[in-house]
Every structure is written in structure tokens, then in C-alpha cells.
Write a protein that binds this ligand. Structure first.
Ligand SMILES: [Zn+2]
Ligand SMILES: [Zn+2]
Length: 500
């Protein structure tokens, strides 16, 4: 067991309690912290701090203007009226306090400003007021937490997005223990926050003073979704990196008895190991998948059909109408093959990646420019962020783990065509299916009719069976393979669809 990790796990929540994070919890049930809990009016104190917390502007004005209360002094616990207004997103009250002597730079005994408190509940409007009044976006409290740390500790993704995109807050800064907002979001299991931070190019491999990466922390706490998001955006090294006690995230997860997480991480490591082998001959072959195999089968079937059904010398010559049907099947199958080729060779609708650093050396790179007014992000659709491609993808687009790219109107990754089926090749795919299925039905019908109508075959059943097997071996094998291919493809498609 790693004693160091045990210690860390004990100390982190304590630190949180004494840090910025505590404000919401500690005072949440008291007078100041609660939003809208006015039921217990009698217990409300007649002071500026309570008035600020409840956004009671009238009371605030009365206290300041008639009773001469100060807005620049802290309360008995050392917290300022502006902090209470910020915690509860009381914009008008905050503005009033600033205009009447409240200082946006004032810090409590933890070194926290009103801006830190606004991050606890993601109070964007009040943060906007504070920042416009000159509050420092990079103010750090005694543990080195800036507002981005606090927002990550509380999963305030919209707040984080706002202060980073509009006010250039640093989303990837270590606190005094070397932990970045990504460490905190992973530790707390806020996966949307993790998505945004990864999108903002936060360094996945950063190790805190315990040597732990964000993935270590997600694994220690058993946050499966957080691990999934981190691993999907990650590389092999993320899974094998060890902390100061020499343990990988996977080992830590199993030590803490988070079996699902340990299983997931082990699986991810195996998959990535296989993908790293991609340059070997076997690797190249597995990437080819089933397309060449399917090509061979269809061509072989067509050849057998033409030779053993249409051209068979033992069978009577085809009538004009029947001949048309028989060749029509061949034409359908061949056109289907053209569609098959188009579907597997076309770009299915890959979305251009926005990744500047193929070697993943995040720290030396300037932050990517992000769109400040992206409607999807303003609406809080964080799942539209792709941490791997570094893009805000359109609705219905998804990241294909096989191709490792985002695909527009992603339907599924089809192993039969060895390609994704998406916006640009979905019609080719549908046409391919329709043409091949029609061809299968027509050619099977023609084959059965040809065998049954053979004039030299005996009339009773068992001798007829013997005759058919010995004289029409090609046609019968064609029928059987056709049958299995039809149901095989159908079954695999159903299995795949049910797994998505
Ligand atoms: Zn993607
Ligand atoms: Zn794909």
C-alpha cells in the first residue's frame, strides 16, 4: 500500500474545508450562504452581511445610508459583505457594495477574494461585475487556488468557460501542491469540466507533489466517467506513468478496490498497446478489417453464379425474359460493388482537427484560441467538445474511436466497409446494402428456378436430391454461401447496433 497516497487522500478534503471550497458547505446552512431560504426570517440578522447574502438591497441601503454601517469591514468570521453577495450571485447588491466602499481586492484570512467565492456556485453575473470593477482574475489564495481551481473543485463548467474565454483566466496553472484545475476536476469527478479543460489544452501529464497525474486522482476516487474522458483524450504514457510510490493509475484503482475502474484502465492499456503495434504486419492487417474479405466473397459468388447458373451447359438455354432477370442480378451486384468501393474509400465526413502539437508537448504551446461565443458552449452542451480533436463538434457528430477522428452525422464504424458511415458516405452505404440485398434475392430466385426446372432431373424427391447435388454443385454452393452471407451480415449488424 502506498502510504503517501493515503495521506494525500486524507488531507485533500481537509484542505478543501479550510480552503475556498468550504464557503458553500460551511455556511450553506447558516444565514449567509443560503440562496432563497428565507423561511426562517426571525433568525436573520440585521447586518450588511446577511442583507448582501440575500440580495436585500433596501435593507442594505437602509443600513449603510441611515445607520452608517460600513461595507469595507469584515464580519465576525473575517468575511466581507462583497464575498457574501458574490457567493449568492447578488449582482445588484455587489454593485451597490462596490460603489459604497466595498473593495474588490479585499481578502479574508484564507486569502480569498469575492471573486473566489463567486466561483463556488458559478455565479457568472456577479463575477462579471467584480472583474469589470477591476478584480484580479489571477488572484491566488493561501493554497494557491485561483478562480479556475475553485470552479473545477465545484464543477462550475460554464463559469470556467466564461472566465477563460472572456477574461483569459489560466485554466492550467498548478496550485501550491502542484495540482491544476484538471487534477481537481478529475478528483471530484466532474467530467464536463474535464472535457472543457482538456479542450483548453490542460496538461494531462502534469504530476503534483505526490507524482500523481489527473488520471491517478480519478482512479483513486473511482470516478469511472472521469477516467473514461481522460483516457479517450490520452495516450499510452498516461496509463503507465507512476506516482512517487511507483504506482500507475490502474494499480491505485485496484488498491482502492474500484474494480470497475481498474478493469477499464487495464482494458484501455491493452487496447492502446495493440494500437501501438499498428506498424507491424499483423497490425496493418487488423486495420484492414473485413472489407477485402467481403470483396473477395462477393466477386467469387458472382463468378460462381455466372458460371454455374447462367452459363451451365447442362441446363437448357435461358429464355429472353429469364435471361434478363438473371443478368439483372449481376448488374445489381456489380453496381453494389461500386457503391461499396465508394463507401469504403470516401472520407465519411471527418471534421478537421484543431490540434497543433502532434507530440503532445502541451506545456510549450500557446493556448488554443477558443470561440468566446460558441452557442453550443454557451448553452452548456459540453459533450460537444472533443478533447482529442480539440473542436466543438456540430450536433450528431461523434468521435470514432477506431478512426480517432470526429465524424459528421456519425452513424457507426462499419467493419465490413472498414470505414465510418457518416454524412458523406451514408447514401453510398445505404445504396450498397439495398443493391446487394436485391441482388442476393434475385440471384437466389433465379438459381432455385434453374435447378428446379432442370428437365433431365428425376421427378421423385430423393433421386432428385442426389441428382441436384451431383450435377449442380456450383449452384447449390452459391445458394448456401448467399444464404449465410445474408444472415451473417444481418446478424452482425444487429449485434453491432445493439452495442452502440
Ligand atoms: Zn474527435
Ligand atoms: Zn471510424
Amino acid at each position: 500500500m502506498s502510504s503517501e497516497i493515503e495521506v494525500v487522500e486524507e488531507t485533500v478534503p481537509l484542505k478543501q474545508l479550510s480552503g475556498a471550497v468550504a464557503n458553500g458547505n460551511e455556511y450553506g446552512g447558516g444565514h449567509h450562504g443560503v440562496v432563497g431560504d428565507v423561511a426562517d426570517d426571525e433568525s436573520l440578522k440585521n447586518d450588511v452581511y446577511t442583507a448582501a447574502a440575500y440580495g436585500d438591497l433596501e435593507k442594505l441601503q437602509r443600513l449603510v445610508e441611515s445607520e452608517g454601517c460600513s461595507l469595507s469591514e469584515p464580519d465576525g468570521l473575517g468575511y466581507y459583505a462583497l464575498q457574501w453577495a458574490a457567493l449568492n450571485n447578488r449582482t445588484a447588491a455587489a454593485q451597490y457594495i462596490i460603489e459604497h466602499g466595498g473593495d474588490v481586492h479585499a481578502v479574508d484570512h484564507n486569502g480569498q477574494t469575492a471573486l473566489h467565492w463567486s466561483a463556488v456556485r458559478g455565479a457568472v453575473q456577479v463575477a462579471e461585475v467584480l472583474l469589470q470593477e477591476g478584480a484580479r482574475v489571477d488572484a491566488a489564495e493561501i493554497y494557491g487556488y485561483q478562480i479556475t481551481h475553485v470552479a473545477a473543485q465545484y464543477g462550475q463548467t460554464s463559469f470556467l468557460y466564461h472566465v477563460v474565454s472572456k477574461w483569459n483566466a489560466d485554466p492550467d496553472l498548478p496550485d501550491n501542491d502542484g495540482r491544476s484545475p484538471l487534477h481537481w476536476a478529475a478528483y471530484k469527478g466532474f467530467s464536463d469540466c474535464i472535457r472543457l479543460l482538456l479542450f483548453l489544452d490542460a496538461h494531462r501529464g502534469r504530476q503534483d507533489k505526490e507524482g500523481c497525474t489527473p488520471l491517478h486522482w480519478a482512479a483513486i476516487r473511482g470516478n469511472l466517467e472521469a477516467c473514461t474522458v481522460l483516457v479517450q483524450a490520452g495516450k499510452m504514457e498516461d496509463l503507465t506513468v507512476t506516482d512517487n510510490s511507483g504506482l500507475t493509475p490502474e494499480q491505485l484503482a485496484s488498491e482502492k478496490n474500484h474494480r470497475q475502474v481498474a478493469f477499464f484502465l487495464a482494458n484501455a492499456r491493452r487496447l492502446l498497446e495493440k494500437r501501438c503495434d499498428g506498424n507491424s504486419r499483423l497490425g496493418r492487417f487488423t486495420r484492414l478489417r473485413l472489407a477485402p474479405f467481403l470483396w473477395c466473397i462477393i466477386l467469387l459468388l458472382l463468378a460462381t453464379y455466372i458460371q454455374s447458373v447462367i452459363m451451365d451447359a447442362n441446363l437448357p438455354k435461358l429464355t429472353a425474359g429469364f435471361s434478363f432477370m438473371a443478368w439483372f442480378g449481376v448488374i445489381l451486384a456489380s453496381t453494389g460493388l461500386v457503391m461499396f468501393y465508394r463507401c469504403s474509400s470516401k472520407d465519411p465526413g471527418y471534421i478537421k482537427m484543431n490540434v497543433h502539437d502532434p507530440m503532445n508537448m502541451k506545456d510549450d504551446e500557446p493556448l488554443l484560441k477558443i470561440e468566446t461565443n460558441n452557442p453550443s458552449l454557451l448553452a452548456g452542451n459540453w459533450s460537444q467538445l472533443c478533447a482529442t480533436c480539440k473542436i466543438v463538434r456540430p450536433l450528431r457528430a461523434k468521435h470514432c474511436s477506431t478512426c480517432d477522428r470526429c465524424v459528421e452525422q456519425f452513424d457507426h464504424h462499419c467493419p465490413w466497409v472498414s470505414n465510418c458511415v457518416g454524412k458523406r458516405n451514408k447514401w453510398d452505404f445505404i445504396l450498397f446494402l439495398v443493391l446487394e440485398v436485391s441482388a442476393m434475392l434475385i440471384t437466389s430466385g433465379v438459381t432455385i428456378a434453374r435447378i428446379v426446372k432442370d428437365p433431365s432431373a428425376p421427378s421423385s424427391f430423393f433421386p432428385w436430391m442426389n441428382y441436384a447435388v451431383s450435377h449442380h454443385v456450383g449452384a447449390i454452393s452459391f445458394l448456401i454461401v448467399n444464404f449465410f452471407l445474408f444472415f451473417g451480415v444481418a446478424a452482425l449488424t444487429v449485434i453491432q447496433a445493439s452495442q452502440v
